[in-house]
Design a protein around this ligand. Sequence first.
Ligand SMILES: [Ca+2]
Length: 262
Amino acid sequence: MVVALACSDAAETGAAADSRSSLATAPGAQEPVRETYEVVRQFPHDSAAFTQGLVFHEGYLIEGTGRRGQSSLRRVEIETGRVVAQADVDPRLFGEGITIHEGRAYQLTWTSGVGLVYDLDTFTAVQQFRQVTEGWGLTSDGEHLIQSDGSRNLYFLDPATMQPTRTVEVHDASGFIDQINELEYIDGEIYANVWHSWEILRISPRDGRVIGRIDMSGLLDTDELPDPESVLNGIAYDPDTGRIFVTGKLWPSLFEVRFVRR
Ligand SMILES: [Ca+2]
């Protein structure tokens, strides 16, 4: 299936800036659990990779990178950061979140309305789909794909149609939280990066309530990175060992981390 591309050259402006807009009657007013992290191991990461999606698969990390002309899907050796397979994305497209569902990789694009599906054996794009909204983050709960678009919304997509079957709004007792970015489904919860934030949120897939807030500050001294977009982005989970990996856009390192109560 070939889908005509309608690309936008608009700057990455993100969503509206009302990241803490009022929620007078927040459903479920419990305070989120406060957590921080411990570094288990540190690995090299391609500092030219503008990381937009990260997932663990069969001993490797699968990573999606962004920016037009630099977007790709990669299979990365964890210990070395070496890229062992790569599919380059059409240079008109800006790669965004990725996930793996039923053995195939799905990659969103930012504003073009086109998503890509890959065969992981041949590491080639074999299908395209229409996105219903901007592409930011993507994960799978095993039944649905779950997509963010830079707003407060998380869309649960039917993989057969890629159409949303329901939407939840990310919130805590203080209000809605938008600019939800990279996602990872871990043990029945959605973990989420928030654009330009050092926090990872733990979100209930049932109603969007924030269960926990994980302070990741200090993980990398980004003052040493030249690009203001070098933000924390990318969470991957190995369910067999419980390992969690995190990195950021253009970061020289990737970390295996353990989340701990503060
Ligand atoms: Ca992820």
